[in-house]
Design a protein around this ligand. Structure first.
Ligand SMILES: [Zn+2]
Length: 407
């Protein structure tokens, strides 16, 4: 495979730097060089791509998706109706939609079974198009707890350990625990803490013994405090943050994955669209608080990594970049939103050594778009502006992928 040179391109490299006229050299699966056109010379025989008018950035990373859910109005009912095989086929479609949108890595934090790992391997073996997947398998929740439709219910420390080990043995790249009630599961309250301190700690210890991290679902502060004290690495949603929980997150350097899109897409629906009334009522009641919690996290200097909760009602795979628009609308600069979706996301997942920035030696996961997302973040969601999505040094989506297949 010849070297690929993208030149005269605007480079947003994921470290916070912008280079207006840059060259990026890709050789095999990796980035060989990236910098100003004056510093990086293009070797003879390289395949040249004219990057004038384009911006290149690291392939985007979504830290919170559910590939087994398809944005149905009632996702619990959809899973009950579909066989596991049909769910897996739909998941593979969602994976393709995700990579076509410029997302080259996702963290899947809860699926109905272990087929997510089969999907991950089939993508790694280039049998199917899709992002690299770091998956948790089934989430761990208390008996009768939130997310049991994509989880396993555990009672007591021993069961938590056994279920965590099952996920790790099947191929989990992280463990997901449910530390508060949720929106989608009837009869659970987002304010309530779920699972005990001892159970959460057992999950963290089991994951750590395998070198893996733990993501904790928690809307309310009671659940956040328990989960952070137990040693988890990220709080998903953090919708109803109070000062004490915010302080604890900061002291422990724990990431917040806000998933603003999850509540916003549900709250924006009308009666009769098929979303259960209990779900919409909960979402509506929480969106204002969610916005304030996000602003508190941002201005308070908490570590924030981007996640959409794609797959939840009307929150579609392939629309992942809507989250950056929401983060900007609530006070982040476009650059901050991009960092949360690239290098910060990679750091949370623990893969910052290989992806998340455009630097020599990193895997060549790139997104090439028309225009400047620092001026207009909406560009990232506009499919007609995606010129190429590269994963492991190969264009896999966008017009450049079609072109490289033809040549
Ligand atoms: Zn979720």
């Amino acid at each position: 495979m010849p070297m690929i040179a993208i030149s005269h391109v605007r480079l947003i490299d994921g470290t916070g730097q912008v280079t207006e006229r840059a060259t990026v050299l890709v050789r095999h699966a990796k980035i060989q060089a990236a910098g100003s056109v004056r510093q990086v010379s293009v070797p003879h025989g390289a395949l040249r791509i004219n990057g004038r008018g384009l911006t290149v950035l690291p392939g985007l990373i979504d830290c919170h998706v559910h590939l087994c859910l398809g944005g149905e109005a009632d996702v619990v009912a959809a899973l009950e109706q579909d066989s596991p095989a049909l769910t897996l086929l739909k998941s593979s479609r969602h994976a393709r939609q995700t990579i076509e949108a410029g997302f080259t890595t996702v963290r899947d934090v809860g699926s109905r079974d272990h087929s997510i790992f089969a999907l991950q391997r089939s993508i790694d073996q280039s049998l199917l198009p899709g992002p690299r997947i770091v998956g948790s398998g089934l989430a761990i929740c208390m008996v009768g707890g939130h997310a049991r439709f994509i989880g396993r219910e555990a009672s007591g420390v021993e069961q938590v350990r056994a279920i965590a080990r099952e996920q790790l043995a099947a191929g989990a790249g992280l463990i997901k625990v449910i530390a508060s009630g949720g929106v989608l599961t009837p009869g659970t309250s987002p304010d309530q803490a779920q699972m005990t301190m001892e159970e959460l700690t057992a999950a963290v210890e089991t994951a750590r013994a395998s070198g893996k991290k733990v993501a904790a679902h928690s809307h309310g502060s009671a659940g956040i405090k328990q989960a952070v004290s137990a040693g988890v690495h990220s709080i998903e949603h953090a919708t109803l943050l109070d000062d004490e929980a915010g302080g604890l997150l900061k002291r422990h350097g724990v990431y917040v994955v806000p998933t603003l899109s999850a509540l916003a897409t549900t709250a924006a629906t009308r009666r009769g669209c098929g979303i259960p009334d209990s779900v919409r009522d909960k979402a509506k009641a929480m969106t204002k608080r969610h916005q304030r919690s996000f602003q508190q996290a941002h201005t308070g200097g908490l570590r924030i990594a981007m996640g959409t909760d794609a797959g939840t009602p009307f929150n579609y795979h392939g629309e992942n970049a809507q989250e950056l628009e929401r983060m900007v609308a609530f006070g982040m600069s476009p650059m901050e939103a991009i960092l949360a979706s690239t290098s910060e996301a990679a750091r949370l997942i623990g893969i910052e050594g290989s992806v998340g920035t455009v630097e020599p030696g990193k895997l060549a996961d790139l997104l090439l778009v028309e225009g400047n997302p620092l001026r207009k973040i909406e560009i990232l969601r506009d499919r007609s502006r995606i010129v190429g999505v590269m994963k492991d040094g190969v264009f896999v989506a966008g017009p450049l992928a079609a072109k490289s297949r033809a040549s």
